[in-house]
Design a protein around this ligand. Structure first.
Ligand code: BTN
Length: 325
């Protein structure tokens, strides 16, 4: 999406009508340019009303991420708020040349190539999602960070509770579910030397209010906060809460690893004691019952009388029944 389109959307975010002529005059462009620039926003699930004689109005005004407030609240994260990027994870890595950067936050209003786990795309609605990545350097090597994605799940679970959203559950290794539908996803990418240090980029996507086009494009059971609480929560307030909890959890993880967070993870575990099918990278399926997780974040799966310890890798966990849940 072009910078001009964002400039127009910001003008329209007061929820009132603006004529094409007025916006064209203010921005020093033609009415046709205004109309062309606004034509592309339907791809991003933004509802724009156009009424002849009155102009354009956003059906749901967008609450933009406030960069100044972020910078004030989280100076240690050197926050950067961008309108459109390919993926916030990629932006984080790109700027982190050879470990010069220790901590960093990149937030985007829109991603054109948002990535999920296992090569999937991550889809979002403009103004209706939180899309951000935190870069955090650990002294430890990557092998010592196996529980990191679970730790991040604990941070999200805490943040949602603090925001008054009860009932979010965690799915191993790193999904946040509500009634077995996906509410948020975590993509952790690591870079570093075999003996450490390791640069982790922790990418988080949280569904705040997904538009119909976005939902249709997602091929799994999905939910957003607006559906859960019956109104659209403030994206800025939510982001601040998540960042507070994430900071606390990462510091705890840095000091003691996942062990101290394990009980909290288990308390929110969606599949504890449940029959599941574990889909292996080659497509093979391991049925079993979930017994829990270890102190380094491996899944314990009971298969007959054998207790298997499964490391996250590219594994997928499904409910034992075939029906999507
Ligand atoms: C998953 O559940 O598959 C993980 C999804 C992670 C999505 C977030 S959105 C912000 C960050 N940038 C990306 O490209 N992906 C993560």
């Amino acid at each position: 999406m072009k910078p001009l389109t964002f400039a127009l959307l910001r003008r329209l975010s007061d929820g009132t009508f603006h004529s094409g002529e007025e916006m064209a005059r203010e921005l020093g462009i033609s009415r046709a340019t205004v109309s062309n620039a606004l034509a592309e926003i339907k791809d991003w699930d933004v509802d724009l009303a156009r009424i002849s004689g009155r102009g354009y109005r956003l059906e749901r005004p967008i609450e933009w991420i406030d960069a100044a407030r972020l910078a004030q609240a989280f100076p240690e994260l050197n926050p950067q708020v961008l309108d459109v990027v390919d993926s916030t994870n990629s932006v984080c890595f790109r700027g982190a040349d050879q470990g010069a950067v220790h901590r960093r936050l990149v937030v985007a209003e829109l991603q054109t190539g948002g990535r999920g786990r296992r090569g999937r795309a991550w889809r979002a609605t403009l103004g209706g999602s939180l899309l951000f990545s935190v870069l955090w350097r650990f002294d430890q090597p990557a092998v010592a960070l196996s529980g990191l994605s679970l730790a991040v799940g604990v941070a999200l679970s805490r943040a949602l509770k603090a925001a008054g959203i009860a009932g979010a559950a965690l799915k191993w290794p790193n999904d946040v579910l509500y009634q077995y539908r996906k509410l948020a996803g975590i993509l952790i990418e690591l870079q570093g030397d075999a003996l450490g240090p390791t640069t982790a980029v922790i990418g988080i996507g949280l569904n705040v209010r997904l538009g119909a086009r976005t939902r249709d494009a997602i091929d799994q059971a999905v939910i957003d906060l607006a559906t859960i609480v019956g109104q659209v929560p403030s994206r800025n307030a939510l982001l601040h809460q998540v960042l507070r909890d994430l900071g606390a959890v990462l510091r705890e993880f840095e000091a003691n690893g996942f062990a101290g967070l394990r009980e909290e993870w288990l308390a929110a575990h969606a599949y504890q004691g449940k029959p599941v099918r574990l889909v292996l990278p080659g497509g093979d399926v391991l049925p079993g019952r979930v017994e829990g997780i270890t102190e380094d974040g491996a899944l314990l799966l009971l298969r007959g009388r054998e207790l298997l310890r499964i490391n996250a890798g590219e594994m997928t966990l499904r409910a034992a029944s075939d029906a999507p849940r």
